[in-house]
Design a protein around this ligand. Sequence first.
Ligand code: 4NP
Length: 160
Amino acid sequence: MKILFVCLGNICRSPTAEGVFRKKAADAGILDRLTVDSAGTNNYHPGEPPDARTQVHALKRGYDLSMLRARAVQDIDFEQFDWLLAMDSLNYSTLLHRAEPAYRPKIRRFMEFAPQFNVREVPDPYYGERGDFEYVLDLVEAASEGLIAHVSQHLAERSK
Ligand code: 4NP
């Protein structure tokens, strides 16, 4: 299964999702069966590592994001990934508009996988404060756990 996390800049939310999900998937023993990547709907920060604040807050919870580099969403991503998981409503609608109709079912909101939070978006922390970065991590950890459960079930069904 191939999963692409998508936000606006690919320096705050989607690299956080990639790093958190990778660690949880490795802990669950399923990372070797997955392709995991992240990208931004804009291209403001190509080749840059995640935002320094994002990295500091993630590292405090044990997630090292320093190896990740920002890139923009490309047309081929819609073909190559099984799921494109959008952080907020703007990313979601941008992806839907860009995708050919056949690929639109691959586009989902990441927060669907954490229904207990009852929110639809991981809010952009870029102009925010420390608490906003911590809240991104709270949401991303919960949605990653939900996604792990969903993906594990999918992998089990596929190998039956
Ligand atoms: P992200 O946050 O979409 O979570 O990576 C942002 C990063 C940069 C900008 C906006 C949002 N920017 O405008 O440069």
